[in-house]
Design a protein around this ligand. Structure first.
Ligand code: NAP
Length: 248
């Protein structure tokens, strides 16, 4: 289960393994998904039972949840489906970013909290969120928005001042700094995605002294998880080890 840089990297690591047949599952949200090194399956399964049925029907031996830390529904479904289908689950979770001296973060629970945190005074806001998450900002039309997304935002945000940038990461610090300066941004709304591909805007905000409204991560199922692609490769190997070696 992918849709992340790590899932693609993990697939690259496993693609040539003669002992494995790997399929990467994507939700199908982006119009032109990045090329992948293994066969791809697109679209939902119909909840955890649907995923469990798919696992049984296609005789999958190990389920890997390498989805985005904010994709909480599919992670919960993956945990339930692995239990229902009685297959091992390997969860790959990027560690969250941690604020360091110089960061000016305000943490909020959700996008409604982010809208409130922007305040009433008009500001130049960089929305670094998915295109399906920005609608609540129409409630704060006094701000000027810079919206960056992988696919175009349609329909556009119902506010008088919004500029759209269509781009896919990774984004370098230096480019982020020039984007923020060019658009005279004074506050950023972001998710705590972790990893390096989208950290550039956080580093740039720190360098420029800008505020960041950070959406807190959603609760994910309590399952054993690894943090790196290397550890995921090892965990997959472990899942195939004889039961005695697995301590079962
Ligand atoms: P979500 O809210 O947790 O999932 C909603 C539904 O989409 C799931 O119930 C499932 O449908 C389907 N789905 C999600 N991920 C899937 C996958 N990898 N393969 C097949 N079906 C999937 O997820 P989301 O936040 O919409 O994210 C969708 C995808 O985009 C994920 O693969 C995630 O890794 C990626 N992504 C998300 C974010 C983010 O911020 N949320 C950012 C970057 C990438 P059924 O119940 O019908 O199976």
């Amino acid at each position: 289960m992918g849709g992340t840089t790590e899932a693609r990297r993990l697939a690259e690591r496993l693609a040539d393994r003669a002992d494995l047949a790997v399929t990467l599952s994507l939700a199908g949200r982006t119009m032109t998904p990045a090329p992948q090194p293994v066969p791809v399956r697109l679209g939902g399964f119909g909840g955890s039972q649907g995923l469990a049925d798919h696992i049984a029907a296609t005789r999958i031996d190990v389920l890997v949840d390498a989805t985005h830390p904010y994709a909480a529904t599919i992670s919960a479904n993956a945990a339930r489906a692995a239990a229902l289908a009685k297959v091992p689950l390997v969860a790959l979770r990027r560690p969250a970013w941690v604020a360091v001296p110089g960061d000016r973060w305000t943490e909020v629970a959700d996008t409604a909290g982010a809208v409130a945190a922007l305040g009433r005074v008009p500001r130049h806001v960089f929305l670094a969120l998915g295109r399906q998450e920005i609608a609540p900002f129409a409630a704060a039309p006094q701000h000027r928005y810079l919206v960056r997304s992988v696919d175009p935002v349609t329909p556009p945000l119902d506010v008088p001042h919004a500029v759209y940038v269509v781009a896919r990461g990774p984004f370098a610090d230096i480019d982020e700094r020039s984007l923020l300066t060019r658009h005279r941004i004074d506050i950023i709304v972001a998710k705590n995605s972790g990893g390096s591909a989208t950290y550039g805007k956080i580093a740039a905000a720190r360098a420029l002294g800008l505020a960041v409204v950070m959406l807190r991560r959603p609760a994910l199922p309590q399952v054993a998880a690894v943090e790196t692609v290397d550890d995921a490769v090892a965990a997959i190997g472990h899942a195939f080890a004889p039961a005695a070696a697995r301590g079962v």
